[in-house]
Design a protein. Sequence first.
Length: 413
Amino acid sequence: MLHATELLGAGVYDAQGNFVGRVKELFIDPGEQPGRIARVLLSRGKFRPLVARYDQVKSVEPGLIRLTTDEYHLEPYQPNDAWLALGKDLLDQQIIDTNGQKVVRVNDLELSDTRTNGNAEMRVTHVDVGLPGAMRRLFKGVIPPALSRKLQEKLPQRSIPWEFVNLVEPDPKRRVKLLLTHERLARLHPADLADIMEELSSEERNSIIASLDPESAAAAIAELDDRLKPQVLEGLGPDRAADILEEMPADEAADILEHMAAESSEQVLEEMEQKEAHHVRKLLQFEEHTAGGMMTTEFVIVGQESTTAEVVAYLRHQDTNMDQLDGVILLDKEARFAGVVPVARIVLAESAAKMEDLRAEPQLSVHPDADQKDVFELFDKYNLRNLAVVDADKRPIGTITVDDIVERLRARA
């Protein structure tokens, strides 16, 4: 096993044993092979740097590289933005450990040395994020490599396989050139991804959000600290922010927009689809700490004389987030609020059972200007899962769920 820090600064000798220079950098060309060391940059003092290709390396060991050719067959160095530099782009950089679900710092890189057609082909196998890599760098040039390795054997090893590495790249254009994707990030639970993002800089957070589809991005942003949500959306631009907010419940979108700069908020609303923007604008009319400011306008309404079979058939054809549906709101013949039926009762009831016979007691509702403290007390006193919000004519205009209550209480803690 080799390490990048043992090769950076190593002496390089040609096929005749003549000294050529020292290793200044190791490059990966992700467009060719995502883990192979494609080029070795050689520093030669006052002379122009040279580059040795992977097929010009004969042997490799700590502090020493031998070539299969002489220096006259090496290429003059030409910068290439598509190359990934191990020293410059990776060492000391933050990466995302998708298994440990955290952000870690690169202390070193482990490389394999495979004989291929008479050459020594180097490949990155692991990223060292533990104490051995830190110690290796600390004592580089101070103690012999053999002694350094012996001391490291007693330290706990911690590394991430190269194929599981997700690089945090603030510049989206550069990331595309490197062909590095964030597919594994999209498979993380939104809460875990949010924890990771909170450890990053604003540029890095925006880079991750830019790599996700709108639905995954919306789920991750919803789990962020409330102070970060508007910052992230404002950093994305109106078009992208609108796409993401359209994937959120209207009340969550309204909460974020309310804390954005007025000009930015209006630009995002103008980019949103008309239907979603209409729901959000309605919610923005209410004060934040009122029932209206807490409610969502996305809820299910059925007539109180409907049967279970009719309601189930109706729900199957609705674009409803079933994970957040705790109950359906009932209307009487005058389209006024007539109670709430928990979803559990609908599931367990006979198909001919009527909604009015399944509704929960007491039949509670609040007006949109009710203070959130009063709403908290109702949820606590009656162990509610949801609470209807009605207008002056007792017609439902929204609903407050227990998730909304938990989120508000957490924000106050």
